[in-house]
Design a protein around this ligand. Structure first.
Ligand SMILES: N[C@@H](CCC(=O)N[C@@H](CS)C(=O)NCC(=O)O)C(=O)O
Length: 204
């Protein structure tokens, strides 16, 4: 498998899952600031011009964080990254969609890259403020959902924790304060060998 990834991007969550699974893979790094995601070579792989994209061993390409994460979890059930049972699965999907579609796309995306959506400093400041409010409210909702469990998935991290983890890196980068339970979850994630490998903090 080949993962198309960019430093600082949401594809970090897929790296975490690949490392948790221990699946052999190659990481192809794109430079988003230099527009690597819009170059013809990459658009031939993912015409949407986004990371993550996963080139699977059968030559097919999978895109979108939830789809890639679910496929990895379901094809490696022994890693225990996704719940079983209809109610547990729909609750995990509910949370994953909230993390990616709301906290990421409507919160941190506006906070981090408002210039993509409006010209002019005044409009961008308003978008940034809106994004910060959505991100802060979203993280409070996720903290509520976590409660006193160690990870969103339960005793061990799963797909939803991998999604939360990339979001927590952005929160740290732009100074969005975390509820205590999310700070503790982040510490638990950072202590994992798989996560440290995904961050290139230790050798593979
Ligand atoms: N909905 C997509 C979001 C992917 C996405 O927004 N990726 C960002 C990095 S976090 C990206 O590739 N941005 C480059 C660009 O928009 O040009 C998913 O779930 O994978």
């Amino acid at each position: 498998m080949k993962l198309f990834h960019a430093p600082g991007a949401c594809s970090l969550g897929i790296r975490v899952l690949l490392e948790e699974i221990g699946a052999p893979h190659e990481v192809i790094t794109l430079d988003l600031r230099a527009g690597g995601q819009r170059g013809p070579d990459y658009l031939a792989i993912n015409p949407k011009g986004k990371v993550p994209a996963l080139l699977r061993d059968d030559g097919s390409v999978l895109t979108e964080f939830p789809a890639i994460a679910l496929w990895l979890a379901r094809t490696h059930p022994e890693a225990g990254l996704w719940p079983t049972g209809l109610e547990e699965e729909v609750r995990a999907m509910e949370l994953l969609d909230y993390l990616v579609s709301t906290v990421h796309m409507r919160g941190f995306t506006l906070l981090l890259v408002p210039q993509k959506f409006a010209p002019g400093e005044e409009a961008q400041a308003a978008l940034r403020a809106h994004g910060r409010a959505v991100a802060t409210e979203g993280l409070a909702q996720v903290a509520e959902r976590l409660g006193d469990r160690p990870f969103l998935h339960g005793a061990r991290p799963g797909v939803t924790d991998a999604a939360l983890f990339y979001i927590l890196r952005w929160a740290a980068a732009v100074g969005v304060a975390l509820p205590d339970v999310l700070r503790a979850l982040d510490d638990r994630m950072m202590a994992r060998d798989a996560v440290r490998r995904a961050l290139d903090l230790t050798a593979a």
